[in-house]
Design a protein around this ligand. Structure first.
Ligand code: SF4
Length: 197
């Protein structure tokens, strides 16, 4: 059987602004050099901007997380519009599609009330915000696909975390390819013997 792993690049979901797409609230982007100049050669991207795809537009009012850090709401800064329901409904639908795309990893934009993986600001009644939130889309993603290797672009500047993420992505990609082939002991033994990611 043809070695699928050698013929396909891992498919990785990514916050679209990290690829240089102008989807931020101010019409700008957050192009990440490691992602675009290096990682792009080895993977296929699936760019996603939850706020644009949920219908918030560009440019748009900024939003923040408010309330209980475990289940915060997403609220617009000036108008006070609560986007939580729209974002959660959008995330459910989008993740149905993403679940069928055989993603091998996901890179999220840090600090975002939609995409942030951890330590996103959550505002309460006065006082300093707590760095205990997770973006609403990121939360849905990590709940729907719990085995998927996920990282933030900021943490990928740490060489140990970067290496760990890449190893997880390529190991997961090989595992997905193993599961897509014939179920027999030989491919499983080969998978465990192969030290290359
Ligand atoms: S952080 Fe997420 S929601 Fe914000 S612009 Fe980037 S992709 Fe869109």
């Amino acid at each position: 059987m043809k070695d699928f792993f050698l013929s396909q690049k891992p498919r990785i979901g990514i916050s679209a602004c990290l690829l240089g797409q102008k989807v931020r609230h101010d019409g700008g982007h957050k192009r990440d050099l490691f992602v675009t100049e290096i990682l792009s050669r080895f993977v296929e991207w699936v760019p996603v901007c939850p706020e644009v795809e949920a219908g918030m537009g560009v440019p748009r009012e900024t939003v923040r997380l408010v309330g209980n850090p475990s289940h915060p709401r997403m609220v617009a800064d000036r108008s006070g519009k609560d986007w939580s329901r729209e974002m959660e409904a959008y995330s459910r639908k989008r993740l149905e599609k993403l679940s069928s795309m055989n993603l091998s990893g996901y890179i999220l934009k840090k600090n975002s009330p939609s995409c942030g993986m951890e330590r996103v600001k959550v505002y309460g009644k006065g006082g300093a915000p707590k760095l205990k939130g997770r973006g609403l889309f990121a939360r849905s993603l990590m709940t729907a696909l719990p085995l998927l290797p996920v990282e933030e672009e900021g943490r990928l500047n740490d060489l140990a975390l970067r290496e760990n993420f890449i190893a997880r992505v390529f190991a997961y990609h090989r595992w997905q390819n193993l599961l897509s082939g014939a179920r027999s002991p030989r491919p499983l033994i080969k998978f465990h013997k192969n030290k290359h990611y």
